[in-house]
Design a protein around this ligand. Sequence first.
Ligand SMILES: [Zn+2]
Length: 438
Amino acid sequence: MPLDTDSLIARIDSMRDDLIALTQDLIRIPTLNPPGECYREICDYLDTRLTRHGFDTQLIRAHGAPGDSDKYPRWNVLARKEGHHAGDCVHFNSHTDVVEVGHGWTCDPFGGEISDGKIYGRGACDMKGGLAASIIATEAFIAEYPDFHGAIEISGTADEESGGYGGVAFLAERGFFAPERVQHVIIPEPLHKDRICLGHRGGWWAEIETFGEIAHGSMPFLGDCAVRHMGAVLDKFESDLYPAMAARHTDMPVVPEGARQSTMNINSIHGGQPEQPKDYTGLPAHCVPDSCRIVIDRRYLAEESHAEVSGEVEGLLNDLSAQRENFRYEMRELNHVAPSMTDRAAPVVTTVDRAIQDILGKSPDYVASPGTYDQKHIDRIGKLRNCIAYGPGILEMAHKPDEYIGIDDMVDSAKVMAHSLTQLLLPQANDPENGPKE
Ligand SMILES: [Zn+2]
């Protein structure tokens, strides 16, 4: 007989109203980042809820992390429930922060209004709906199988939207994601209920400055225009770098399709006199700019390396130094994130794959994310390679006005998560005596 999960599934259906109320409560705590509001409030809320369900909890402030201050402390909550027998630990990690509201809303961004089977609000999809689904999945699983093996953890972490340094990175540096402590990680980011996200591309951010010499604008030949030097840099990017990047394709299943090649955004450009406030009525002075700066945002593939990516840009700049009179530059790396790709054969992947098949009756799509998310810290700092993003919601909704999460999608995802727990934490689910399913 296969392990019968019917009553687990029925229990999740019966918790639908609880799931809705939980999601609304989370949306109504306006955890805007930046600056990082209400982290303590949302951690206290989760602490109360999870303590009530038998979890041991810790509230951890990321003292000294970027953005942490007494006014905007970076609080994280980590809850753990031990099973009754030795076994693996399954960890659900969700970020609690949401991005700015922006324009174009037709409902209250922190109201948690329900309409047409959807709950609306900033963070509904990214990712308070996923957090709520993982909590319901876990509570249902524990109620149904109190005698489970191993342990379950749920974390609510700060600052994912600004790099995760006050959240998952901080916890990972303190050993909370060490493979001897945690064996399986699911991040319920809104990749959709039938997709498994294996990882993300890498990112490399740098500032490039070109130098010139200041002089009177009526006699530019007496100076040296740093903006023209930057123009040569941009030309070089157009003629050499962009075609080279477009020719590189990855085996990573990145969606959307356009991100299956190397990409680079020029984030900003600035040269010459500082911009004046909008209400300034004066005219510019006449000067040749002696400095021009750009910030580049280069996203790279698992097939490329950090050294190749930075070296390629540096090589083009060195070519210009050789070709162009008085060309001088400096390049400063601002940040770097390595690509992360979990193996298709990793246990968390095959488990969730099986759960999606059993619950939704279809095989999952495999995807990778064009941008990074907290998996980078779990992989690089935690050294834990058994991590995926799986959760309800449509990625395209993230950060948009009238953001929403579908209630049915949350319920379905919660079932997939709970089903995955049966596979990972109940030895009888894998007992050959129980036979293959169907
Ligand atoms: Zn997110």
